[in-house]
Ligand binder design. Structure first.
Ligand code: MG
Length: 171
């Protein structure tokens, strides 16, 4: 079974998925969705940029929807320009790329896997910040949180992981 190229050209929707995980370490800020949170054990996320693992997963979902690779391709960690970079600004750059390719966001949805801190009180601010920097409405940005039931690396608080999907429509 083979999809005809003409059928592909007619498709007006594209879906992408993104995944990221960053280590939890002492002496680093914990930034998720642009919000600086306090971890009960004083831990933060390790990374070359601000290590905003939520925004990273969203960016990878957006890039993935257009088969444009991942954020490592567009913002290589060895490039000193991205040291300590504000990931929300990188998200704006990804959105500029999406627009220049002729696509708009239908919605994005993400789930943050973290034992602590409790994220419920911060979810709306994360959604608002991500939506603002994407140039979309907050109801186009879903952010959910779950623990990993103390299982695996996220469950042992060795890191925080995020899964995200993005749906795009052709302009
Ligand atoms: Mg990352």
């Amino acid at each position: 079974w083979k999809t005809e190229p003409s059928t592909l050209r007619a498709m007006q929707l594209r879906i992408g998925n993104g995944y990221d995980i960053h280590r939890l370490v002492p002496g680093r800020p914990l930034i998720l969705g642009g919000q600086t949170l306090v971890h009960p054990a004083g831990l933060g996320l390790e990374g070359h940029s601000d290590a905003d693992v939520l925004v990273h997963a969203v960016m990878d979902a957006l890039l993935g929807a257009l088969s444009l690779g991942d954020i490592g391709r567009w913002f290589p960690p060895e490039d000193p320009r991205w040291k300590g970079a504000d990931s929300l600004v990188l998200l704006e750059e990804v959105m500029a790329l999406v627009s220049s390719e002729g696509w708009s966001v239908v919605n994005v949805d993400a789930v943050v896997v973290a034992e602590r801190p409790k994220l419920r009180a911060h979810i709306e601010a994360m959604r608002a910040a991500i939506a603002r920097h994407m140039g979309v409405a907050p109801d186009q940005v879903g952010v959910k949180a779950t623990t990993n039931e103390r299982l695996g690396p996220t469950g042992r608080e060795e890191g925080i992981a995020v899964h995200a999907v993005a749906l795009l429509q052709r302009d």
